[in-house]
Ligand binder design. Structure first.
Ligand SMILES: [Zn+2]
Length: 363
């Protein structure tokens, strides 16, 4: 074989391997470094392994270049499928803002969105996927169009307030935009459902006080929603993936950046969560809540965005949950700069090995 043909084959093989590594294998290499957190007690049938992601923000027709859209969706698809293969979670929670332009979409566009979402974030039949609604999916409270919340709930098989029991662990999935505290139908319905759930939790905790026999085994529920609970700003966030300064100190707008203080007190007293998970800020944060009046304390986790469009180092959470306890691991995905530098180095090595012999030959 002529030397030039041989060099060309080496070069093309190198480029192919570089693409394979940077577009497929790198996700496995990074994701394999994170493992399920272990509870220091023997495994039992009530142990649930849950994957939590937030703010996937699939682009629509209005914003973003098609290449940006294609690239981000490919990255999230590869990352998610690699997570499913390596970690094998039993359930997946997606904490809102699945779509970037859900609030403006026509019904047809919204159905395309839903199909794309399920295609990108495909889960095996034995894994349940639970979604909560975000402001980009239906709009903030003041601009939710008639029917847009209902079409989200119908298409994504969820509701404004949904109680779910998985392996004896209770979860409450909440529409944060229904916590405005006014008399709109969405808020009224949400309040009615929360009061009902609260009663049923109370009955399972104190069966003697209730007439109807509760089928629930009591444990404090885990709250899943899009907004953070009330906080003044992210200034209290000390995680490495907290918002950068000065953004961290920017004052939160009430009911836009977080729930109101009233809604937070109401939820805390009604459902007494043992943990809260939310998205919306796109950054990480861990907040310790203590309510002396209710005599409860719990941690709230802000889950960083899963999209490379929102942060250079998207994250996801692996949570091992039992009715009596839970543990959390936050895992990173490959940084875009790492992928780019790896690609440049591999292409450089490929060029060196492909053309080195030719240069030596010429001499
Ligand atoms: Zn949001």
């Amino acid at each position: 074989m002529r030397r030039i043909t041989k060099n060309l084959i080496t070069f093309l093989s190198g480029i192919l391997l570089t693409a394979l590594y940077c577009e497929f294998i790198i996700y496995y290499v990074v994701i394999a470094q994170c493992t399920w957190p272990e509870l220091n007690i023997p495994r039992s049938r009530t142990e649930l392994r849950a994957l939590i992601i937030a703010d996937t923000h699939l682009l629509g027709s209005r914003k973003g270049h098609w290449l940006d859209k294609w690239r981000r969706e490919w990255q999230m698809h590869r990352a998610f499928q690699s997570i499913m293969t390596l970690h094998e979670p039993e359930t997946v929670f997606v904490l809102g803002d699945l779509f970037d332009e859900g609030e403006w979409s026509s019904d047809k566009q919204f159905q395309d969105y839903v199909e794309r979402f399920y295609k990108l974030f495909l889960v095996p039949d034995n894994v349940s996927m639970q979604t909560v609604v975000g402001n980009h999916d239906i709009g903030f409270h003041y601009n939710i169009r008639p029917g847009s919340a209902q079409r989200f709930f119908k298409s994504l098989n969820t509701s404004s307030v949904k109680m779910l029991t998985l392996k004896d662990n209770h979860f409450i999935l909440l529409n944060s935009m229904a916590m405005e505290g006014d008399s709109c139908s969405l808020c009224r319905e949400a309040r009615y459902s929360i009061d009902k759930i609260s009663r049923s939790l109370e009955c399972s905790k104190y069966p003697d006080l209730c007439n109807d026999v509760s089928k629930l085994n009591y444990s404090r529920p885990i709250l899943m929603q899009h907004f953070p609970l009330y906080r003044m700003s992210d200034a209290l966030c000390t995680e490495p993936d907290a918002p950068p300064l000065p953004l961290r100190n920017k004052r939160f707008r009430n009911k836009i950046d977080s729930l109101s203080r009233e809604a937070t007190t109401y939820l805390t007293s009604k459902i007494k969560p043992r943990a809260v998970f939310g998205g919306h800020t796109h950054h990480g944060c861990l907040v310790h809540h203590k309510d002396d009046k209710e005599n409860i304390e719990f941690y709230e986790y802000s889950v960083p965005s899963f999209s490379w469009r929102n942060r250079p180092d998207p994250k996801y959470m692996l949570v091992t949950i039992r009715p009596e306890s839970y543990v959390v691991n936050k895992c990173g995905l490959p940084k875009e700069t790492t992928i780019a530098i790896t690609a440049v180095i591999l292409v450089f090595i490929t060029c060196y090995y492909s053309f080195r012999t030719r240069l030596i030959g010429r001499r």
